[in-house]
Design a protein around this ligand. Sequence first.
Ligand code: PEP
Ligand code: MN
Length: 636
Amino acid sequence: MVIVLERNIKDHDKERIREFLTAKGFQVREIAGEEETILGAVGHLTIDFREVETLEGVQRVIPISKPYKLASREMKQADSVVSVGKIKIGGRRIAVIAGPCSVESYDLLLETALIVKQSGAVMLRGGAFKPRTSPYAFQGLGEEGLRHLRDVSDLTGLPVVTEIVSPSHVDMMCDYIDVFQIGARNMQNFELLKAVGPSGKAVMLKRGLSATIEEWLMAAEYLLAHGAEDVILCERGIRTFETYTRNSLDISSIPVVKKLSHLPVIVDPSHATGIRNKVPPVALAAIAAGADGLIIEVHPRPEKALSDGPQSLYPEQFEKLMRDIQAMSPVLEKEVTKLPDGSEPRTVFPTIDTSGSGAEPGNVEVAFQGELGAYSEIALGRYFQADGIVSRPCPSFRDVFEAVLTGNVRYGVLPIENSLAGSIHENYDLLLQYPDIHIAGETKIRIIHSLITAPKTTLEQVHVVRSHPQALSQCARFLDQHPDWERVPFYDTSGSVAYLAEKGNPGDAAIAHSETARRYGMKVLAEGIETNPQNYTRFVIIAREENAAVAAPDLVSIVFSTPNEAGSLFTCLQLFAKHQLNMKKLESRPIHGRPWQYMFYVDLEIGNDLDVVNRCLGELGEVALDLRLLGMYRSS
Ligand code: PEP
Ligand code: MN
């Protein structure tokens, strides 16, 4: 059962409830949510719920109808986020784990780890104990393989996940690994589940070859009931009559499990298909279906692999897949998880340094324009997926710049361009006015508008709808179906929800993101009401120069003007062609105080060789006027 506690429950009341339940033979767990704190109680005996409901500090008691309790959504409404070191899996993230099927040697493991890390994997896989169908097939290197995993993990910073096959290995393996993998063949090896549960490590539980979803969740329940805190489910295909592929990926299990359980679900397209060129399309389908991540077999020379070569991707295939996932993520309103230490290729995350930020120790403050729940704050949350990030609303874009400049906050998040409405010129102009502020990163989010009302309002009651004029016009087709509604322009989208929450008028509606509705305790009456679904906004992360450096940047933003003479812009642009730098964007803006003269903003894609970039910018400085580097950062 789930016991929802009163918001301001006293510690001794909570303790008394715990004691009461423990005495009745229940296992009790506290789950602190954003909105409420609950106790989950699981046990053999049935008791009269009213006995619990009348205890001091209890708000209500909800029975759990499913046979799995700790794993069920009834127990915990919010998505569970599993932490493995600094990596998080679950929530609005896509995490990719990759590596060879088995650990074959130290050198091969390191070579593969560096390849998958370069392409954006955040965790390394590799079996040291291989449960093979044939007793004559390669069985893995055993403890020697674990040592290689640990050494390569320490060198690359990638945590490792590897399969455990015997309860007697738990203690020994704990010294080497970060995540235990329970293989498909062992999903219902209950003695193994009971042994792994209390280890304190995260566990990735693969679905058995012929297990129903309920059996799979019951296996997860075994782990949770025996002390596991962090469980990741992994769909890896089931046995069907189909023989063309190795297994059949049960893609519908993803939305089914995500509804039944709060646990993150990742997908293994390698074992699901067994065929290399089927892996990328199936992987993308899994992500589209809502998977929280993927575990993929990659090998530098698959034809020589000691196991599962035919399904292992070539490094180039993996790189392409990662790019495709990256391109898909804004559509799904997700962010691909990056290694968070800021020193790695593909890391867009700036190094978070809290010293002198004025925030609580361990916290980093980030400013955005708008009310709480604004699209800018949603972008901020997607980019800085870390604990200890505190968002600070500011009335204007200029206030965001000021807050960063004065050191009141460490970073700012600003919209710079919308795929339908074009550039946000005010922010381009402000970048020019604040020479000490640099671009440190970027993120893109999809703009999905919802019709939001007070909790009890029905569609029939609505007669006024408020929002930012751009949001109103972007939802014109939906609003045209309700010609009698009055459309009232408001200063911003989240402000219109804040206003709704404050007034509580049943005839009022607002248009904003569904997360904004949740933030203010309001209801989403209709989601995805924007006329054009291809509506994306690109945000830049700004910082003072000393906080803006990121390792391995792949995009540079500059601004310059040109002498007032024939061919001067051409002369500048020619340099990008000469140095083979791809121009991603060119924007011109009038120079304030110099009518009919223009500044040119340019984004250039840069390769690994920073010397080329420096040479190009050096030459540009000779022919352009007022050249300024706005930032070098990782593209998203
Ligand atoms: C593996 O991940 O290498 C493996 C053996 O997977 P499964 O248990 O899904 O067959
Ligand atoms: Mn394998």
